[in-house]
Design a protein around this ligand. Structure first.
Ligand code: SF4
Length: 368
């Protein structure tokens, strides 16, 4: 890892990349606009200063690649309703705890007596169920293709072990449909995409070919260390004049076809369904629901009565997370940024999550 964080090498690469992008932007007569889809990239680009150092030649827009941020308010409202049912324990990752639905957060529900437990993995939630057979433990499974395989094998383990008091509320989403929705939005206007490294480990480089084939945009799969990010930006600049293609600058991790075992686990446990994304709406085939054979462990099926009477979610007053997630504005365009909304007092999910764009802008003082 050390060479990937080498400041001398990083500075040399940066100078070369800046010069190359300068030429390309001058030729185009405007800045080149790239989108980083992934929330971890958003944080890495802000933390390393690369986002600011590429200006004014390259403008980086953040995408909807933060799974907590894109969790829809209606799902959070349902989770809160579920947590209020006597005998039910909701197990969740810590990031989801403070995210607001339209009727408060899971943290507030817990303060009012609901049993909400923070777990580090789906397997922890299964262990919780095994240790407390008198409770019905519902795991809120949020995340993209990176985290979904762990849920997939956990539900398989629950079935094998006959654990009848464990359930999964799947909030899992797939990134290619999410990116497809963003690229189809004419308001955004981007020239290229920095593609998520962790997700690509599972889905493979080829999963992104549609970006070049359907949208005629270049893309590059990137790692997360400073030198890796610069290498990805350099590789993209080098191939800028060619036919759009999807490059792989994260070859130490990402293969052409991804991880077959993880894909198999996903295919056995889940089926694609339409899913609501905060900011993007209902995206066809973008969610993962438990397969029919795991119906008994599917909280969406088993607890449907809990949210039958819930009203549709209300928007959070003044919060522009939806626009931030679509890349049509930056956190700096939200009038609440730093004026009531901060990591200590978050108003919207993009400020709550560690991978949220607003949180990254606030923590690393991104000024433009
Ligand atoms: Fe929402 Fe806060 Fe971000 Fe504004 S700054 S978009 S209120 S999270």
């Amino acid at each position: 890892i050390k060479p990937l964080r080498d400041p001398v090498r990083g500075r040399q690469m940066l100078a070369e990349i800046q010069a190359r992008w300068h030429t390309l932007a001058a030729r185009r007569g405007r800045p080149i606009v790239l989108m980083e889809f992934c929330g971890t990239h958003t944080v890495a680009l802000a933390r390393t200063g690369i986002r600011s150092l590429l200006l004014p030649e390259v403008e980086l827009k953040s995408g909807p690649g933060c799974p907590v941020c894109v969790t829809d308010a209606r799902d959070l409202d349902r989770a809160i309703a579920l947590a209020s049912v006597p005998g039910v324990t909701v197990a969740t990752f810590g990031d989801l705890l403070r995210v607001p639905g339209s009727r408060g957060s899971l943290q507030e529900a817990r303060a009012q007596g609901a049993d909400v437990q923070v777990v580090a993995s789906p397997l922890d939630a299964l262990q919780l169920a095994i240790a407390h057979r008198e409770r019905q433990v519902v795991f809120l499974a949020a995340g993209f293709e990176t985290t979904a395989p762990a849920t997939a094998v956990t539900v398989q383990a629950a079935a094998r072990q006959g654990v009848e008091n464990f359930f999964v509320y799947s909030l899992h989403k797939m990134t290619p449909p999410g990116l497809r929705a963003v690229l189809g939005d004419r308001e955004i206007g981007i020239d290229g995409v920095i593609l998520p490294g962790h997700v690509s480990l599972i889905v493979g480089r080829q999963a992104w070919d549609f970006v070049a084939e359907e949208h005629q945009l270049p893309g590059v799969v990137a790692g997360f260390e400073p030198v890796e990010l610069l290498a990805a930006l350099g590789l993209m600049a080098l191939h800028w004049d060619e036919e759009p293609q999807i490059l792989n600058a994260y070859e130490r991790v990402v293969r052409e076809r991804g991880n077959g075992a993880a894909q198999q686990a996903l295919a056995e446990s889940f089926v694609p369904v339409d899913a609501h994304w905060r900011g993007l709406g209902l995206l066809p085939g973008s969610g993962l629901a438990l397969a029919e054979r795991y119906r008994q462990w599917d909280a969406v099926v088993q607890f449907a009565d809990c949210w039958r009477d819930l009203e549709p979610p209300k928007p959070i007053a003044g919060c522009r997370c939806g626009d931030v997630l679509r890349g049509v504005c930056t956190p700096l365009d939200c009038r609440l940024f730093g004026q009531g909304c901060s990591p200590a007092t978050p108003v919207g999910p993009c400020m709550v999550s560690q991978e949220g764009t607003c949180a990254a802008y606030a923590r690393f003082a991104v000024a433009k």
